[in-house]
Design a protein around this ligand. Structure first.
Ligand SMILES: CC(C)(COP(=O)(O)OP(=O)(O)OC[C@H]1O[C@@H](n2cnc3c(N)ncnc32)[C@H](O)[C@@H]1OP(=O)(O)O)[C@@H](O)C(=O)NCCC(=O)NCCS
Length: 224
């Protein structure tokens, strides 16, 4: 809809993983994208990944997958959105978010994307694609797994495999015990990290449980 003439968006194939990794590296130069991991996840078919192409050149991509809320409803997580640095501001980001919506399965009620406060372009791309934000600022805290023989009740945990990591999203009101329990669960599952988004009042308990602040974000959401 917004794309420049002769550009096209297509569903990604496993062999597009190297092009996706190239865009990831362009956007986040400190990270080393794992092409095999991206290939495997595309092949598994649980993600919906779309790439924007200008001929044989990949201009950007979007990746989305399904999670389940604590209440049991399906959510469509627009997890990664990235456009090559030289090609931004042409409508590709907005078009990719719209494409991610098109690929949502029928049993999800809500699409959402997490945008760092200050990332104006990402917020605008979601807004142009019909998303809104309630403006609540949430700090992302992450922690490493914690080896322990204890198995504690860890609240609502969402296991995720994104293109960049395997981890657990911890949801709900965090207590010290729940935060620790989630780290123990992460160790048992062999994943890299636990993440939780909290309002400012929960910062201290997160830090006490061994979590570190990664930045401040807002959810952008759209009903489906
Ligand atoms: C976020 C991103 C994907 C947007 O892609 P894009 O192709 O530039 O998006 P669009 O061209 O559709 O632009 C969306 C809006 O942002 C505006 N915009 C683009 N770059 C901007 C910038 N640097 N500053 C301010 N506004 C900007 C566009 O003008 C457009 O607004 P408009 O429709 O009112 O003109 C791209 O900037 C990017 O890859 N950033 C690095 C990775 C990233 O932050 N990903 C998102 C994580 S949630």
């Amino acid at each position: 809809m917004y794309l420049p003439f002769d550009w096209t968006i297509r569903s990604a194939e496993p062999e597009d993983a190297a092009a996706i990794a190239g865009i990831l590296h362009d956007c986040w130069p400190d990270d080393t994208p794992d092409i095999e991991r991206i290939t495997r996840l595309i092949r598994l078919g649980q993600h919906r990944t779309s790439c924007c192409w200008a001929g044989a050149s990949c201009a950007g991509f979007v990746d989305a997958f399904r999670t389940i809320s604590a209440e049991g409803s399906g959510r469509w997580e627009v997890d990664l959105l990235a456009v090559h640095e030289n090609l931004r501001g042409l409508g590709i980001g907005t078009s990719l978010v719209l494409e991610a919506i098109e690929t949502a399965p029928p049993d999800v009620d809500l699409a959402r994307g997490l945008v760092r406060v200050g990332n104006v372009a990402a917020g605008l791309a979601f807004a142009m694609a019909g998303f809104h934000t309630e403006g609540v600022r949430l700090t992302l805290y992450t922690a490493a797994p914690l080896a322990s023989k204890l198995a504690l009740e860890a609240g609502h945990i969402v296991p995720v495999e994104t293109f960049t990591y395997s981890g657990l999203w911890l949801e709900g009101v965090p207590s010290f015990g729940v935060l620790k329990a989630a780290r123990i669960r992460a160790a048992a599952l062999g994943v890299r990290q636990v993440g939780i988004l909290v309002s400012a009042e929960y910062g201290e308990v997160c830090e006490a449980a061994g979590y570190a602040a990664e930045g401040v974000f807002r959810w952008w959401m759209r009903g489906l």
